[in-house]
Ligand binder design. Structure first.
Ligand SMILES: Nc1ncnc2c1ncn2[C@@H]1O[C@H](COP(=O)(O)OP(=O)(O)OP(=O)(O)O)[C@@H](O)[C@H]1O
Ligand SMILES: [Mg+2]
Length: 249
């Protein structure tokens, strides 16, 4: 591993310490009112939101370290319900967007309820119930990270809607995320997956971001032996599809 890479990983790794202190502080305030004094409902609400965002940051720290390990060829496969996989990715995404539907999402009992809730946010989930209730052997953290990145882009660039499709055939899991935004001209399709590349860099206004997301997604997909493809043209939105090989589980 390159020296600079290790330095970078160590820096990210060391963020874990202060984050753990923040987490336990907020948890104490919430759980031990007899010691720290009573909280009003609105104070509790604020602290819970802080706690959720500390957890999201912890996830991001783990993701950053995961990327490093991924390029060293380390994969963690586990058996997981597709419903759990999708729900966890959506919950993290909602927390990052500060969407107030996180709690409602956690309470959904089946795919119908999830679809209904998402549609209120302009997100259409297309997958069948059979797959929703199925168990697959996959690297959950990597897929989570892939979905979160593609979805946050789609939500950033959409006009109105985002379509998430999840399908399976005997050998592959296919995830696609499509939006109805301005789209990406074909001449950019290659560069878009390169690190730090942003199409709208030159414009006076700048959409917040670093041009790292898609490059990271590409690394993760390749490390899992999958394929990442883009279908898009000017004014026609963008559709990113991930095809991952499945093992018999
Ligand atoms: N769904 C999309 N529609 C249109 N353009 C997109 C879409 N997704 C990505 N892009 C373009 O690709 C560029 C790179 O995307 P990428 O996710 O790598 O970086 P980013 O979103 O700008 O920043 P971040 O590192 O925070 O993800 C974006 O800046 C944008 O120009
Ligand atoms: Mg992005």
């Amino acid at each position: 591993m390159m020296n600079s890479r290790i330095k970078f990983d160590l820096l990210i790794h060391d963020l874990k310490g202060p984050l753990a202190v923040m987490e336990s502080g907020v948890v104490s305030l919430l759980r031990r009112e007899e010691k720290y004094g009573p909280l009003t409902e609105s104070q509790k609400k604020v602290l819970k939101r802080v706690l959720r965002n500390i957890k999201v940051t912890q996830t991001l720290v783990n993701d950053a370290l995961e990327l490093g390990r991924s390029s060293e060829g380390i994969i963690h496969k586990e058996k997981i319900l597709v419903s759990k996989l999708v729900n966890e990715a959506l919950i993290e995404l909602f927390d990052l967007m500060s969407c107030d539907k996180t709690d409602a999402l956690k309470e959904c009992r089946d795919v119908k309820e999830v679809k209904k809730l998402l549609s209120q946010e302009g997100i259409i989930l297309d997958m069948d119930e059979g797959l929703w209730n199925k168990e697959l052997v996959i690297d959950k953290r990597k897929i989570n990270q892939i979905l979160r990145n593609l979805l946050s882009n789609a939500l950033k660039y959409r006009k109105k809607e985002v379509l998430i499709q999840i399908k399976e055939n005997d050998k592959h899991l296919i995830l696609s995320v499509q939006d109805d935004g301005e789209g990406i001209p074909p001449s950019y399709h290659e560069n878009i997956f390169k690190c730090y590349f942003q199409m709208d860099q030159g414009k006076e206004y700048c959409v917040r971001g670093h041009g790292i997301g898609l490059a990271g997604v590409m690394i993760l997909v390749e490390d899992m032996g999958g394929e990442l493809t883009l279908e898009s043209d000017v004014g026609k939105g963008a559709k990113f599809s991930v095809k991952l090989p499945l093992e018999k589980g």
